[in-house]
Design a protein around this ligand. Sequence first.
Ligand code: PMP
Length: 407
Amino acid sequence: MTFLSKKLKRKFPIFSKKINGHPLLYLDSAATTQKPKNVIDTLTRFYLHEYGTVHRAIYSLSLEATEKYDAAREAVRDFIHAKHVEEIVFTRGTTDSINLVALSFGKRLEPGDEILVSEAEHHSNLVPWQMLAKERGIKLIFIPINDKGEIVLDEYKRRLTPQTKLVSIAHIFNTTGVVNPVKEMIQLAHEVGAKVMIDGAQAIAHTPVDVQDLHADFYAFSGHKAYGPTGVGVLYGEREILKQLTPIQGGGDMVERATLEETTYRQIPLCFEAGTPMIAEVIAFKEAIAFLKEVGIQNIQRHEQKLLEMMTVELQKIPGLKIYGTSPNKGAIISFLQEGIHHLDIGTLLDLKGVAVRSGQHCSHPSMDRFGIEGTVRVSFGLYNTVEDVKRFVALLLETISYLQRK
Ligand code: PMP
């Protein structure tokens, strides 16, 4: 089987909507995915009929909500093949997960220690490390990217030293879609005793993730990029490492015993989940995972790779169009620019035809600086995109380019 069934699109209510009088052509799944009806129904059902707090009360509503919340944690564990359920910390999203590591793991770092990130990270995987570096006198070292958008592995190896305490790297770059050789990078980092944080925001819904096989120390992702609700994310942390970290937020539910002067904390992962969590969102995220598993992450990857291939071939035929990120290892993302035309003009005109693409810097100014450009048009796929979507996009893009060239 190559392509997924076209019928999958019908499971997403938003696709019955018209945008500016046209059927929605959604090509911005790298920013956030649309939601299947089962996820929306789970949220609604929970608020209508099942709503209650978790981990606190002994009445039925709360006990049932707690059971569902805990089952979601187990579903995440299974989905990323973590060894232990307590390695799964619920957060608000990738940004929140990375900040948790920066603030918590960061407390153990000392002046002179080094953190490695690439030149093409999302701001979420750059700014927290910049803040930490300034605060603690840590050195932030950058791994170069070549013209294809790939990590330069030799340069990476040269930068790994006994001072390296952490490497934090995207599994898949959100600007170019280039897939990083994270397994190899983790192994190399471990050889110098460094820990590795993987920003899996662009990978989780597009490629199988097995944290044990990767030997990742930390792995972060967002529910909303994986067909789940906003406001829920995950930090995977290897059990022994997570146990050594101290909580960064104090509050309800993370306390074992508090006196006026002193508090002992609950075990992982609850010590990292202070306050009432995003109960409905976590529960609905379990539905999103069930949906992904039902469709099959390998099938999704194959489908999106085929769409990527088709789109790349078609875009390469357009004179004056340049693709950024030409590595053979790519996820479901294509970034491009058309000579002589501003990326925002393309995005704006495509919207008038019902097409949702991103134009801009994609929250990664340094990536744009690396390529010496101001921004790109970015097309990204989800499991609901079809061959017809690719054909319609290419036709509308050609129309848009020729209109703008005539002006
Ligand atoms: N890292 C990468 C690679 C991303 O693509 C994104 C989202 N665009 C993030 C981090 C941040 O994710 P969130 O906004 O869901 O926290």
